[in-house]
Design a protein around this ligand. Structure first.
Ligand code: CA
Length: 664
């Protein structure tokens, strides 16, 4: 779309008598932005109001349908231009259960039917908006739904899951496999006797479940669910409607909405908050997208040559800096918080968005929910069409208070670089990654003992507060931890694999950043070595829950890490000054060994001094520690917060490929 062409189209003016003469907008900044929230369908008994923001339209029609797919419109009604670029029509009869689309005409061209940019209920495959009363979608007890207590985002422990991965395997003791309501089921014992589903999450001890894209996405045909197709869902269609393939009935618009709410309600009852993965940075379609069929050009950035820019590598990049797109993103986030009781957001390719928009989103969200958890990927697939200093890139995180970014410094220092699965790093016994790990342990903030010249990917701290860093070693992208360890370390024995898996997550969970794990890591999940499983079959992506029994010691260790974190404020101080005061790295000789102390009742911790030593060497490491009589709580792949013996003196021995944690 070329901006110049658009301006010429805009100059053609309005021809129908009820329309005020159309303004020719010189640039996108001049487009009128409605003062009220954009709601495209407002249902009430016997009257429904339809509104579309289409300031460059010459004509807009509303089409009414009896079903969500197929058949012809039973009625086509002209909408009337109102102020602020809005087109409206009120239909004074009962429309509940019907469906609708809009069609916008610019010049002599009809842009094609669309449910609008802001549909809140849709028919199957999201092609038509649905006329429903949202109040009908509330499950029993929804008004009493309470978010689990969260004193500070520093307390968060994030579990990233895909609905199908989590429940589709026969080894999951779950009836509604791959559905939202899988997470409402209790008594989920599998054939091996282990609990799965929501019971498993409670047992594990996470505070937040981060669900991969669960808005209506395009890549799964909701009319052919018997084909059991798989996709992560990073292909947005309707941002403000739950995905149909995760509902038990994608044809009945209220069902997916109700079931999504049931899921949130069940997780809240289990003491777990819910994070939504949001992908405002691009849409599945470009020229046929809901955005382009409504206000061509406006919602996407263009390259200097006028064509669509593509920093997402998915065909386009949205223009968060334009006032209506910014408003759209803010209102979408608020809608998910209010209507669905969502507690946090993970922004896909956040680096495509601008800082001002991200700060506005955070501010608006915090006004409604002070403990909202917001984080994202501080990068893009290629350079976006905005100056770097305006973008919500990782390096600019310190300018976005209350927003965190994933640390690839810690991740890759542990497991190896993202662009070569065969390369290992700290865990593989390769020296040189120590400062990057220290950087991650400190939470990406300025710390006097971190030498930033030796940190990978950055030369300076990028977080102002440790809660602005997501600490992780694996996520849905790239290989899962087990596959990565196997691929990057030749001839890795099963015992060493287990040891390194535990050691990796010990670094993640003793970091002052916010810890994050990919679902299934706690049971040694693998994906058969598949690096990018975005549309791989269930045979690759499904978590095999029989592993929970086979790797019971690993599960217990992960539980131990979460308990350690939940019970001890020293590990999540949440404040940069406190981290600088209480976190002290201890001197070590040689490589692949990190030691640090959380001293003087850090964060009011009942433990006076805590020592953590991470040893990635294939031999025992001996290290000098401050004189004292310590209780051992983590040793040689086991965690027991009640203690596993004592250690006195100034020397600690740390078994090969393991962590040692002591306190006094
Ligand atoms: Ca869909």
């Amino acid at each position: 779309m070329k901006l110049k062409t658009l301006a010429l189209i805009g100059a053609t003016g309005a021809m129908i008598s009820c329309t005020p003469s159309k303004v020719n907008y010189e640039n996108y900044a001049d487009y009128p932005v409605p003062s009220a929230p954009l709601i495209e369908m407002e249902y009430a008994p016997n009257t429904t109001l339809f509104t579309l923001w289409a300031p460059t339209a010459d004509e807009v029609r509303l089409m009414l349908y009896e079903s969500g797919e197929g058949g012809h419109a039973y009625e086509t009604l002209p909408m009337e231009a109102d102020k602020e670029g809005l087109w409206k029509i009120k239909v004074d009869r009962e429309l509940k259960g019907n469906f609708y689309t809009f069609n916008v005409k610019i010049g002599d061209k009809w842009l094609g039917e669309t449910p609008g940019i802001n549909a809140r209920a849709v028919g199957v495959n999201g092609q038509r908006g649905a006329i429903i009363d949202l109040a009908d979608t509330n499950p029993e007890g929804w008004a009493e739904d309470k978010r689990p207590e969260l004193k500070s985002v520093a307390d968060a422990i994030i579990y990233e899951m895909h609905h199908r991965d989590f429940s589709i395997s026969p080894t999951a003791g779950i009836e509604h496999k791959g559905k939202f309501i899988a997470l409402t089921e209790t008594d989920t014992h599998n054939p091996q006797g282990a609990s799965t589903g929501i019971d498993h999450l409670k047992e594990l001890g996470v505070t937040h479940v981060h669900i991969l894209p669960s808005y209506d996405y395009a890549s799964i045909d909701e009319t052919r669910l018997n084909e059991n197709k798989y996709n992560w869902g990073y292909d947005p269609l309707n941002y403000n409607v739950p995905e149909g393939s995760y509902s038990t009935d994608p044809y009945t618009p209220a069902t997916r909405i109700r079931e999504f709410k049931q899921m949130v309600q069940a997780l809240h009852k289990a003491g777990i908050r819910v994070v939504l993965d949001v992908v405002y940075n691009h849409t599945f379609n470009t020229s046929d997208s809901n955005f382009e069929r409504t206000v061509p050009g406006y919602f996407y950035r263009q390259r200097p040559d006028g064509f669509f820019a593509d920093a997402s590598a998915c065909g386009n990049e949205t223009a968060s800096e334009r006032p209506m797109m910014r408003k759209y993103m803010i209102e979408s986030v608020l809608y998910w918080i209010r209507e669905y009781h969502i507690d946090g957001f993970r922004f896909d390719l956040m680096g495509i968005h601008d800082i001002e928009t991200m700060n506005a989103i955070r501010q608006a969200a915090q006004e409604v929910l002070p403990t909202v958890l917001i984080y994202g990927e501080g990068w893009a697939a290629s350079a976006p069409q905005l100056p770097t200093e305006e973008l919500a890139m990782k390096a600019n995180t310190h300018r976005m208070p209350g927003i965190a970014a994933f640390s690839d410094e810690l991740r890759d220092a542990l497991r190896g670089p993202f662009n070569d699965d065969t390369k290992g790093a700290f865990l593989a016994g390769i020296p040189g990654e120590e400062e990057s790990i220290k950087f991650g342990i400190a939470g990406a903030i300025q710390h006097p003992q971190v030498n930033y010249d030796s940190v990978n990917y950055t030369t300076q701290p990028w977080a102002a507060q440790p809660t602005q860093m997501i600490s992780y070693v694996s996520c849905h992208d790239d290989m899962c931890l087990v596959d990565r360890l196997r691929t990057s370390i030749p001839n890795l024995a099963p015992d060493a694999l287990t040891r390194l898996d535990k050691l990796a997550q010990t670094a993640v969970f003793t970091s002052q950043g916010i810890p994050f794990i990919q679902a299934g890591e706690e049971v040694m999940r693998d994906k058969k070595g598949v690096h990018n499983s975005f549309n791989s079959p269930d045979s690759i992506n499904a978590i095999d829950w029989s592993r929970k029994t086979a790797h019971a010691d690993v599960f217990r260790y992960y539980q131990g890490l979460m308990s350690l974190r939940r019970q001890h404020p020293a590990f999540h101080l949440g404040d940069a000054e406190l981290v600088r005061r209480h976190l002290e790295f201890l001197p070590v000789e040689g490589s692949n060994l990190i030691a640090f102390r959380l001293k003087e009742h850090a964060g009011g911790d009942k433990w006076q001094d805590i020592i953590v030593i991470l040893n990635a060497r294939t031999e025992t490491a001996k290290i000098t520690i401050p004189q004292g009589r310590y209780t051992v709580v983590c040793k040689d792949g086991h965690i027991d917060l009640n203690g596993m013996g004592t250690l006195s003196g100034t020397q600690a021995n740390v078994a090969a490929q393991s962590a040692l944690i002591l306190h006094r």
